[in-house]
Design a binder for this molecule. Structure first.
Ligand SMILES: Cc1cc2nc3c(=O)[nH]c(=O)nc-3n(C[C@H](O)[C@H](O)[C@H](O)COP(=O)(O)OP(=O)(O)OC[C@H]3O[C@@H](n4cnc5c(N)ncnc54)[C@H](O)[C@@H]3O)c2cc1C
Length: 100
């Protein structure tokens, strides 16, 4: 968490690997949420606190998924992990098609 008077956004707050395709979206969303929080909260500290709380709520799951993806592509046994991942996605796709 940032200290009083110093708040982070974008990669500085939640570093994204290149394996989610979401880092730019999150950085722009942070900028939007910071502006909206400023409009909604008159008190300076309250505006920063509200922004930071919301930002970490939505960005933490994405950052975790991004980190998982980084490990999948660069960790030990990466080729087998990526193969398993694609097979899992294929299975889920087929199951979803069977339901329709
Ligand atoms: C190889 C790669 C591929 C990616 N592909 C995608 C993708 O397809 N889709 C996607 O959404 N995201 C992708 N990302 C992630 C995305 O690039 C980042 O999440 C996003 O750029 C974060 O934006 P940001 O503004 O927080 O930081 P940055 O874009 O890193 O901007 C920070 C800026 O601050 C400047 N700076 C640093 N220090 C100082 C200083 N002391 N004084 C002044 N300026 C300073 C830097 O030069 C930089 O311009 C990828 C990342 C990588 C590395």
């Amino acid at each position: 968490m940032g200290s009083v008077g110093c708040k982070l956004l974008g990669d500085a707050a939640h570093l994204m690997s290149p394996f989610m395709g979401e880092g730019v979206n999150l950085a722009m969303l942070d900028a939007l949420e910071l502006a909206l929080s400023l409009v909604r909260h008159g008190d300076f500290e309250e505006f920063l606190r509200a922004y930071e709380q919301k930002m970490y709520e939505y960005s933490s799951p994405m950052a975790t998924m991004s980190d998982d993806s980084l490990k999948r592509f660069f960790g030990d046994d990466a080729a087998a992990r990526v193969r398993d991942w694609f097979e899992q996605m294929e299975k889920e796709h087929e199951e979803a098609q069977d339901e329709t």
